[in-house]
Design a protein around this ligand. Structure first.
Ligand code: NAP
Length: 250
């Protein structure tokens, strides 16, 4: 009988969940998904689950040895650049093959009014003079970049209630978990008289509706570009990741 290989999926995304669902059906794989632990109620993931940071590159390299990991698929979010960098270095150090699963970024299409910026500070700097009422969809950890904009009103959407008060002077908080529909996003933007949207270029279908809704209403989108992904083999979807796994086990 063929030996069982131990696969570590670095998760926190829809693709990581889909990959866990697919790979746990393979009796030749033992699948461990790792989450940072940011979401208090993550979706149920099949296979083994571990939660919390590894303790930097060295901690991850140690974990790879101790847990006898044969293969790593880094399916973290395109903006989780620290984890992606740590994974690249730790896999190199521990000689464990690593694949990056990275969904393609969104591209502007006709009718889009994107203002592309390199980071959150630049996104905040783009707002004065552009909009007084802004839909902010960047996630809780990026809100501080907008704290100095005391005259701007923000509609903030988070998945879970924050533990701390938001660092924004004027805002309304809504709680919701995607996917979102374009009609609903259009209604939300209209109802709150939003004048601009701030978004990360996350890519994927689950959160694209707000971008389509902004286009429909001819609103500008301040679009934060992705950080660079580490060098190495990269695929765009779960099918391609499965093909890589098969090639590694052949
Ligand atoms: P990050 O800035 O790249 O990582 C910060 C630290 O969090 C890492 O150094 C690592 O701690 C820990 N970490 C991150 N991902 C981990 C994982 N899958 N398993 C174990 N530890 C992990 O990451 P982030 O942007 O805060 O994202 C955290 C998680 O949320 C990731 O799983 C990501 O896929 C998910 N997520 C992020 C975004 C986003 O916009 N950034 C959006 C949706 C989902 P140690 O150094 O101690 O190992």
């Amino acid at each position: 009988m063929a030996e069982t290989r131990r696969l570590l999926i670095l998760g926190g995304t829809r693709e990581a969940l889909d990959l866990a669902r697919r790979t746990t059906a393979d009796p030749g794989l033992h699948v461990i998904t790792s989450l940072a632990g940011r979401t208090r109620t993550p979706a149920a993931i099949p296979g083994e689950l571990r939660v919390g940071g590894f303790g930097g590159t060295g901690g991850l390299a140690r974990y790879l040895c101790e847990a006898a990991i044969d293969l790593v698929i880094d399916a973290t979010h395109p903006f989780a650049s620290t984890m992606a960098g740590n994974a690249a270095q730790a896999c190199e150090a521990a000689s464990v093959p690593r694949l990056k699963l990275l969904r393609p970024p969104w591209r502007a299409v006709e009718g889009d009014r994107w203002i592309e910026v390199p980071d959150m500070a630049a996104a905040a700097a783009a707002l004065p003079g552009l909009a007084e009422r802004v839909f902010l969809t960047t996630g809780r950890r990026d809100l501080a970049a907008f704290a100095a904009l005391a005259d701007t009103w923000f509609l903030v959407r988070l998945i879970e209630p924050p533990e701390e008060p938001l660092p924004l002077t004027r805002h309304q908080l809504i709680l919701a978990r995607g996917p979102f529909a374009e009609d609903d996003e259009t209604a939300l933007l209209s109802e709150h008289r939003i004048q601009a949207v701030v978004a990360k270029n996350s890519g994927g279908a689950l959160t694209y509706a707000k971008i389509a809704a902004a286009r429909r209403l001819a609103l500008p989108v301040v679009m934060v570009r992705r950080p660079e992904a580490p060098a190495g083999t990269t695929v765009k979807d779960v099918d391609a990741a499965s093909t890589w796994l098969r090639s590694r086990r052949a």
